[in-house]
Design a binder for this molecule. Sequence first.
Ligand code: ADP
Ligand code: MG
Length: 359
Amino acid sequence: MHSNALKINLFMAEKKENRTELSELGEFGLIEHLTKNIKIKRPGTIKGVGDDAAVIDIKDKLVLVSTDLLIEGVHFDMTYTPLKHLGYKAAVANFSDIIAMNGVPTQITVSISVSNRYSLEALEELYNGLLLACEKYNVDLVGGDTTTSLSGLYISVTALGEVEKDKVVYRDTAQKDDLVCVSGDLGGAYMGLMILEREKQAFKADPDMQPDLQGYDYVIERQLKPEARQDILKILAGIDVRPTAMIDISDGLASDIMHICKNSELGCKLYEDKLPVNQDVMKAAMDFNISSATAALNGGEDYELLFTIRQNDFEQIKAIMGITVIGHMCDPSEGVHLVTDKGEQIPLQAQGWDSFRDK
Ligand code: ADP
Ligand code: MG
């Protein structure tokens, strides 16, 4: 299973005998090496890597564009992020943004800036992850840029996607009394990060120790191998439910519902007892002495979809496993609140919610 592979990779320094210096290839050799096995999958991709620009035919649809920049030491930590996972996650995070517009991700470009600390084999791993995600989501890698950095690794992924003109879903179009729904479960990626950080500290104190990741497979997988919820869009289309507004949860439920509220000029009420939290996340939260609601509200990087639907669509949604109604939109004068198990109303804030309350 995937998580076993993680255990082997974690905290393992690159083996010396398996190292090809980037200087042996030069920029063009490197690009050629990393992209030589790419096969174009989508009919809309007319030209991929190898010219001054990629060429894409979008017929009469809307083009969606989303970009992310990841910096070593800021957005990822090389001590516990295997490069294959980093590549996978970098791609998936961008697919998730396209999907949150009710679109289909179709192409990515990948720009990297690397220091000579990285070997060819390391970058191959990064591209293995990127291309694995592209394979799974039927996306073409059509270009990028490659430069040297003075230190560390920078990766920028730009995703292109498409959506029919009458199907695009924005953040600012929720209506009063709409129901707030979320896919999957929340807080897992955050708990995974907490555990990886804990083991990193233990490892720094005693490099001979073996990381203790027993029982944390689920949350570590949520952190290191997230998925974008393309399946949810298919389900919604299948039952003919169109979200009125949608966003993907990258910063945490509290921050991301605020975006919908602010942009739609509405308030909302979310209910603590409705927040979907997996058993393993609950257990991990307990180990760290935080409430699972805190993990669900403030933990980011779950890449679940947060969307609003009309009340009329409730019966349809209710029957779907893996989608939970967690609250409703209301008049802006009522504010943005979490209703706790005890019936208290706590104002939600983009950050620092847990400073109000920590069990
Ligand atoms: P230019 O001088 O026009 O920027 P480059 O030599 O940088 O061209 O790139 C040549 C081709 O290789 C282009 O198609 C570009 O999109 C692609 N490319 C460059 N770097 C990468 C990368 N890291 N991953 C994928 N494709 C890349
Ligand atoms: Mg270039």
